[in-house]
Write a protein that binds this ligand. Structure first.
Ligand code: ZN
Length: 297
């Protein structure tokens, strides 16, 4: 079941322009529309599946774990890329977090939290998928809650809260930010990684851009709209770090959606070009990591 939003989820104003119409190339092949708020420019899927009905669009093992396929060059490359990604995420947490209590929202099967745990961090996760959550609990002995808004104790305080490609899936955006503010230590840091719908690869692939990921992604942030959302909830963006590997991965998937083939050479070329052009602040990279700090003292 779909719901149509009457107002922009960030600025609460009505008035929208059609931005793009795209398909769920990954699973359902249904068509969805992305609109852009005529006041603040925020891009969001509208209509979108309701929170209760969105589960059906995640019903595939591949979405839970991209390394499900065994053997061959792609899973091997994916495994190597995943190791580098884990390490680079940890380095960011270590650099910006003022302490060692970490909450990872949307922790999936728990590899990142386990990595941090082995480095001495006190880790808690949130993961709505039963299968992924129980894997993380059993395999890595992690504390993982099923729901952020209802299951994470309001009185806890964390030095660092991470959302790696998760915020673009969350229906109750304001409620989530209110709770994030409560849970984050005053000196704590909120780390949010998101696709950037102003990047070169987004512009190049248009409706085939894999990081629109309709309808699982209900928001399609840019650097500006993420900052607007952060400001609304009294957060300042202190640093933006590009996720350069994402440009290659997203280009490969986008080639597949556009042509039916992964076209590795072309994907590599466009990934490289996206990283090159991403240095232009007007465009930015395929995915960006935002380091946010509360302005409430
Ligand atoms: Zn707006």
């Amino acid at each position: 079941m779909n719901e149509k939003l009457a107002a922009c989820p960030i600025c609460n104003r009505s008035g929208e322009n059609r931005f793009l119409e795209g398909e769920d190339y990954f699973l359902s092949r249904e068509t969805f529309t992305i609109t852009a708020c005529s006041s603040c420019g925020f891009r969001y899927t509208n209509p979108r599946p309701t929170e209760e009905s969105s589960g059906v669009y995640y019903q595939t093992d591949e979405y839970i774990s991209h390394d499900a396929a065994k053997g061959g060059i792609i899973p091997t490359l994916y495994g190597i890329a995943r190791y580098f990604t884990l390490r680079s995420k940890f380095r960011i947490v270590k650099r910006y977090s003022p302490g060692k209590t970490l909450l990872d929202i949307g922790c999936g099967t728990g590899e990142f939290l386990n990595f941090c745990q082995t480095k001495g961090f006190d880790c808690t996760g949130v993961e709505p998928s039963d299968k992924a959550r129980s894997f993380a609990q059993k395999t890595y002995n992690l504390e993982v809650k099923s729901d952020f808004l209802t299951e994470v104790n309001q009185n806890r305080q964390f030095d660092c809260i991470t959302l790696w490609h998760v915020l673009e899936h969350i229906h109750r955006l304001d409620e989530t930010f209110v709770k994030l503010t409560k849970l984050l230590d005053k000196k704590g840091v909120l780390i949010v990684a998101l696709p950037n719908s102003n990047s070169y690869d987004a512009l190049h692939y248009g409706k085939f851009w894999a990081a629109y990921d309709l309808p699982r992604h209900i928001y399609h942030f840019t650097k500006d709209t993420l900052k607007t959302l952060a400001e609304k909830h009294h957060f300042a963006c202190v640093k933006i770090i590009p996720q350069t590997l994402d440009a290659y991965y997203i280009s490969m998937l986008s080639e597949k959606y556009q042509t039916g083939s992964s076209n590795y050479v072309k994907a590599f070329f466009h990934g490289m070009l996206s990283n090159w052009k991403g240095r232009d602040p007007q465009l930015g990279h395929s995915s960006e990591i935002y380091i946010l700090k509360s302005k409430i003292v």
